[in-house]
Design a binder for this molecule. Structure first.
Ligand SMILES: NC(=O)c1ccc[n+]([C@@H]2O[C@H](COP(=O)([O-])OP(=O)(O)OC[C@H]3O[C@@H](n4cnc5c(N)ncnc54)[C@H](OP(=O)(O)O)[C@@H]3O)[C@@H](O)[C@H]2O)c1
Length: 287
């Protein structure tokens, strides 16, 4: 347990269509595992996050060329049953045979026997029907417990839903933060109607959002940090899971605390004035 955070109140949860509950606040791992000298500290932060209830960990075969998955494997060793593991496959690995092989490689790096949620990282050239068939085969084999997609807009999801078993897609992971609200126009409502949680990546706009003058000014008035407001804002909606990334133990604790702070209506209104909601269809932000 980190200093200064004793037995925090449980995090709010989000429910998948199959009834599985996960914490609304998880942990991202992009840029982790890139420098061996930093690995031990990164593992410690992930472990501390698990202890604070941020038990959903998001990774991908892409991150640090597999090293992020290895790092996650170290962090979950001995506590695997408390963790909800999310990983992602490259689009070029999303074919019927290739996806099985990619999943086996991820499982080996993660040092586990199953992935709780396996995602297609972004849409590529392989037909969606082939990818879904491969995902379903992995579910039947017990290698993954459910599957989903990432960086899909509403039209992509509609197309996916029309493929055999496509409606079994559990989630869509997309960029969503104060400065990228386009998903609120049609994607989020479409997903909500289908009880499909949205996983919001880059809730801090990869850190850049935190330097926004308007956000800093509102945060200053509220005596909170820009990060706390940005996170509370993403999590204000039911069915949204945020996966901020940090390698800094103090930031980890601050992010965990930000959830308890909630978002008063007046603060939400000030944020919406500074960061307007979309007034029409908006292309997805893809990082
Ligand atoms: N599916 C996809 O295509 C996709 C794309 C992008 C990201 N993702 C996932 O989403 C996760 C999060 O997104 P992200 O890593 O792009 O960006 P992010 O979470 O928006 O921002 C990360 C940056 O914010 C800083 N930070 C974190 N907490 C902070 C705090 N309390 N105060 C100040 N700075 C803070 C971190 O630095 P410190 O380390 O110094 O705290 C880091 O530089 C990724 O790690 C990845 O797992 C998925």
């Amino acid at each position: 347990m980190l200093a200064g955070v004793n037995a925090p109140a449980p995090l709010p949860t989000v429910e998948f269509a199959d009834g599985t509950l996960v914490p609304a606040l998880g942990q991202g791992t992009w840029t982790m595992g890139e420098h061996p000298a930093r690995a031990a500290r990164e593992v410690d932060v992930l472990v501390a996050g698990i202890e604070l209830g941020m038990t959903l960990i998001d990774t991908a075969e892409m991150y640090a060329d597999g090293e992020a998955e290895r790092l996650v494997g170290r962090a979950v060793a001995g506590r695997r049953d408390r963790v909800f593991l999310v990983s992602k496959a490259y689009p070029q690995n999303a074919g019927r045979r290739a996806l099985v092989a990619a999943c086996e490689r991820s499982l080996a790096r993660l040092a586990t026997d199953r992935i709780d949620l396996y995602l297609l990282h972004w849409r590529g050239r392989i037909p969606l029907a082939d990818t879904v068939a491969a995902f379903e085969g992995l579910v039947r084999a017990g290698k993954i417990l459910r599957w989903g997609v990432s960086n899909f807009d509403r039209d992509d999801l509609v197309e996916l839903a029309a493929a055999p078993d496509g409606i079994r897609c559990a989630t869509n992971q997309v960029c969503y933060h104060l400065g990228a609200r386009g998903v609120e126009w049609d994607l989020l409502p479409w997903m909500r109607e289908r009880r499909m949680p949205l996983i919001a990546y880059s809730p801090f706009g990869q850190g850049a959002l935190l330097h926004d003058a308007a956000l800093q000014s509102i945060a200053g008035r509220e005596r909170r940090t820009a990060a706390a407001l940005a996170l509370a804002w993403v999590l204000r909606r039911q069915g949204v899971i945020a996966i901020p990334q940090t390698a800094d133990p103090a930031h980890l604790v601050a992010n965990r605390r930000a959830v308890a702070g909630g978002l008063p209506a007046a603060t939400a209104a000030a944020l919406t004035e500074a960061f307007p909601a979309p007034s029409g269809p908006t292309p997805l932000v893809v990082l």
